[in-house]
Design a protein around this ligand. Structure first.
Ligand code: FES
Ligand code: MG
Length: 592
């Protein structure tokens, strides 16, 4: 496509800048944009105006590389004959926002919808990185449905601590166990964390950030190979340039999210998530993206389509390496290449490149078999999420790729009862209660205990907290017991290596079964049957209902109140009720 392309059709932005019937409005729109440095002739020439949704800021350091990277995006847009217009998105810094950045995902979504709908934009480059920045952007792109393309910021360089790879997040979960066991002091704990983050970029583990950027690619919404390029690499700048160029082309081609995001694309994403050992947060985020794309995605799809997929990426937390090695080994295209050869990927899916997924993946075989394993000789078989139900919840997932041999041996391999475990519940109401009481000897926590946390879901927290990966009390850690079975209605960090049962829906605060569980009850987990139940008589559960739902914190901000009034459960993506009724809203221009 040449830069001198003659407009082939009238663009959306011309409703603002080239409307002869409303010269007064056009004059108003034009005069203030002059402050930005474009000429009226240019704005009125019918060139595509490409928004750049800037997610990087000092408050979102994981995405801060985009502050520089957009220069290359602008070059690409300009060289393809478009006009770039950059604007900020709501900041979301996973590790810093309290009570949780999950509360902000829907807020960022709403805000981006208003921008994309209400301003003269013909297409948009969605800059992504830190966990929720990717799903919120794609949710909004679907609602508005103007041509959109994802530009990932890329992970940090690999972290090293005392000669070992130290991955962001994962190192914290590992070091906090060592700290509690008295093996390291505070200084070493902090140093390990600092060492895990050696450059700009998002988390270098296969946490939620790397997962969601890989899945954006699997969905067909970014250029091939975009997700895994480390943020400081020269290839990242080149990818930014190419993404900018392509953003203009997809406007002329009128290639919109609704042309790409169908059920087959989402099932591809579920399979890729298993193969990369992806984050459990992918479950609510994909559910939310599917909802806004108008795609039927059932909670059971995770098990039906994802569970049998083997683990191919040897990347922390499920494996050994970090983002740089993953990229050099071929990254997500190499994973998808394996799945495609094995007949586990729909290669016919359309993508933002304009080609099919199969075409994109041609020649993308892995180059480092220590990092990306062949489908037939995987790192681990059946590595997807198990979907569980029972009288404690209707839906929860368990990430099987992080079940350690020690854990499997202790809990899941009793001869004749493989995959079945019964234990005594110790119940915490929120994470403060957990931190306050976990080392209380009165709880008599031992290796047959199941730690349960409630009040951690979308309504309870609010927003849903990454707290289910509770660590055992210090006395067990000192004896070398590094994890206990855990269950909760919250989430856990994508960088965590705990095989928790999480995202339980409905949550306790919505009257789910966890609300009626009491410390001392026996819980039976049967992975073969996909069940998780409290062994309590129905009459007794009925009696306990009279106690009421365990209390949760009051609303602390206006948004928390609005959010709680309309948020759905994690099984459903924790979206805002009714928001998904609005789809493809850019087919009509907003009134003047
Ligand atoms: Fe932002 Fe991990 S905390 S990417
Ligand atoms: Mg997280």
């Amino acid at each position: 496509m040449s830069a001198e392309k003659t407009p082939t059709r009238r663009l959306r932005s011309q409703d603002w800048f080239d409307n002869p019937d409303h010269i007064d409005m056009t004059a108003l729109y034009l005069e203030r944009f002059m402050n930005y440095g474009v000429t009226p002739e240019e704005l009125r020439s019918g060139k595509p105006i490409i928004g750049i949704a800037q997610s990087g800021s000092d408050l979102t350091p994981c995405n801060r590389v985009h502050v520089e990277l957009v220069k290359r995006v602008r070059d690409g847009i300009r060289d393809a004959g478009g006009i770039p217009i950059e604007f900020p998105t709501h900041p979301m810094f996973e590790n810093c926002k309290r009570p949780t950045a999950a509360l902000d995902r829907n807020l960022a979504y709403l805000s981006l919808v208003e921008v994309l709908y209400g301003y003269p934009l013909d297409g948009v480059v969605l800059t992504t990185g830190c966990d929720k920045t990717t799903p919120s952007a794609l949710m909004a792109a679907s609602t508005v449905d103007i041509p959109a393309i994802v530009l990932s910021g890329g992970p940090m360089l690999d972290g090293w601590h005392e000669g070992d790879l130290a991955g962001s997040g994962t190192v914290i979960w590992r070091m906090r166990r060592k700290f509690a066991a008295g093996e390291i002091d505070r200084e070493e704990f902090l140093q390990a964390a600092l060492d895990s983050a050696p450059s700009v970029g998002h988390c270098n583990t296969m946490g939620t950030a790397s997962t969601m950027n890989a899945l954006a690619e699997a969905l067909g919404m970014s250029l091939t190979g975009c997700g895994a390029i480390p943020a400081p690499y020269r290839e990242r700048g080149q990818m930014a340039y190419r993404t900018g160029k392509r953003a203009v082309e997809i406007v002329w081609e009128d290639l919109k999210p609704s042309d790409i995001l169908d059920r087959a694309a989402f099932l591809n994403a579920i399979r890729v998530n298993s193969a990369i050992g992806g984050s459990t947060n992918a479950q609510p985020h994909l559910a939310a993206m599917a909802k806004h794309a108008g795609v039927e995605l059932h909670p059971d799809d995770w098990q039906v389509h994802g569970f049998d997929i083997p683990l191919l990426a040897n990347v922390q937390p499920a494996g050994k390496y970090l983002g740089e090695r993953y990229h050099r080994a071929g990254g997500t295209p190499a994973i998808m290449w394996e799945l495609l050869q094995a007949g586990k990927l729909d290669g016919n899916c359309r993508t933002v490149t304009g080609k099919s997924m199969a075409d994109n993946l041609e020649g993308r075989e892995a180059t480092d078999r220590e990092v990306i394993f062949p489908f037939d000789e995987p790192l681990r078989d059946k590595a997807g999420f198990l979907v569980l139900k029972g009288n404690l919840f209707d839906f929860a997932i368990m990430k099987t790729s992080v079940i350690s041999e020690a854990f499997r041996g202790r809990y899941l391999q009793e001869p004749g009862r493989e995959g079945i475990f019964e234990g005594k519940a110790v119940v915490f109401d929120g994470s403060e209660d957990y931190h306050h009481r976990i080392n209380d000897p009165a709880l008599s926590i031992d290796e047959d205990t199941i730690l349960v946390i409630r009040g951690a879901g979308p309504l309870g927290w609010p927003g849903s907290a990454e707290v289910v990966n509770m660590q055992p009390p210090d006395h067990l850690l000192k004896r070398g017991i590094m994890s206990l079975p855990t269950i909760g209605d919250g989430r856990q960090s994508g960088t965590a290596d705990s095989p928790s049962i999480l995202n339980a829906s409905p949550e306790s605060a919505a009257g789910g079964g966890l609300a009626w569980l009491r410390t001392g009850d026996i819980i039976r987990i049967d992975l073969n049957e996909g069940r998780c139940d409290m062994l309590v008589e129905p009459e007794e559960i009925e009696r306990r209902r009279a106690d009421g739902i365990p209390p949760v914190p009051a609303d602390a901000t206006p948004w928390q109140r609005i959010y709680r009034k309309s948020v759905t459960q994690l099984s459903d993506g924790a979206v805002l009720e009714g928001a998904a009724d609005f789809r493809q809203i850019a087919t009509k221009s907003p009134p003047r």
